[in-house]
Design a binder for this molecule. Structure first.
Ligand code: GLV
Ligand code: MG
Length: 325
């Protein structure tokens, strides 16, 4: 390991994160009853400009009055380029800061954006005597944010997670896309002709680089990388495929923009029983190897070593969190 130690964000389950518009209070109870890990009550893009003030009031009331159980509660504030943002932070943290766990900052572009919100939140927490420190989740969804993703990830001790906001990212980079988080057949490889002169088209994942880049910045700073929205909520298979790709790259959660996507996210982002059993066997085999003075052994015909232990420990710890959750 490097001499540079990485502090890990507080351990939270973040397999699924449900977006709930602050202007739709009739949706709040259902969200509170769901199996989702994190809920963000939205003040930004799902709320029309003339509904922002009422949405803020709805959220404050709901945070104070609804029984959200053990769910992690977040609000998505408006961007720093709008005049809504300061009231989002001041009103909600002052009036409902006790039940608020996280603030989601959209379209974050630079480390200074994070610094600015940190300063405001710190003042409010101090003034209100709040004991719990509110964490930050950042949506990486602009070209600027992606360019500065490493600095953003390191910009505050409040940082907990980075989220890939594919819809705004597409708009910002002018990517050619139709469905939020979906793929585009134009992003494909045409194979060379085979012996029969046949060629195949292999679709690619146009979001691969962006997501992988964000995962690296998140993990290098001890944060959770979370994949963002998948717009077609009538396509569970498409959602599952996108979530699996994200999980394979290291993401530990995905947004749900519809309640039906919560179970899909929880399913894909939880280790399977077989994976947990295998991890436990790896840990047992390595403990035995260590007792015998060996650094590597084979299990089921495959080499395992200290790197296998670290992977297995992560998996077993995640299973423990889910069981406790
Ligand atoms: C989320 O905010 C997105 O733009 O995808
Ligand atoms: Mg967005």
């Amino acid at each position: 390991m490097s001499f540079h130690a990485i502090d890990q964000a507080p351990a939270r389950l973040n397999r699924s994160e449900l977006a709930v518009p602050g202007s739709q209070p009739q949706m709040f109870e259902k969200a509170a009853q769901s199996d989702v890990d994190v809920i963000f009550l939205d003040l930004e893009d799902a709320v029309a400009p003339d509904e922002k003030a009422q949405a803020r009031k709805n959220i404050i009331k709901a945070l104070n009055e609804i029984d959200w159980g053990t769910k992690t509660m977040s609000i998505r504030i408006n961007g720093l380029d709008t005049h809504y943002m300061y009231r989002d932070v001041v009103d909600v943290v002052e009036q409902a800061g006790e039940r608020l766990d996280l603030i989601m900052i959209p379209k974050v572009g630079t480390a200074a954006d994070v610094y600015a919100i940190d300063m405001i939140v710190t003042q409010i927490e101090d003034a209100m005597g709040l004991k719990k420190r509110i964490g930050f989740e950042h949506i990486i969804e602009t070209a600027l944010g992606m360019q500065n993703v490493s600095e953003i990830a390191a910009a505050s001790k409040r940082n907990e997670s980075l989220h890939f906001g594919v819809a705004d990212y597409a708009a910002s980079t002018r990517a050619r896309t139709t469905i939020i988080g979906g793929v585009n057949p134009d992003y494909s490889v045409l194979t060379d002709p085979d012996a029969n002169n046949a060629r195949e088209t292999h679709w690619g994942d146009m979001w691969h680089y962006a997501l992988a880049r964000m995962v690296v910045a998140a993990r290098a700073n001890g944060l959770r990388p979370i994949d963002g929205p998948f717009g077609d909520f009538q396509d569970p298979d498409g959602y599952r495929a996108a979530a699996k790709r994200a999980a394979v790259l290291g993401c530990e959660g995905k947004w749900a923009i519809h309640p039906s996507q919560v179970a899909l996210a929880n399913e894909v982002m939880s280790p399977s029983e077989a994976e947990v059993t295998k991890a436990e066997r790896i840990l047992a085999a390595m403990a035995e190897a260590e007792a015998a003075g060996k650094g590597a052994v084979s299990l089921d015909g495959r080499l395992i070593d200290y790197a296998s232990i670290r992977q297995a420990e992560v998996l077993v710890e995640k299973a423990r969190q889910i069981a406790a959750g």
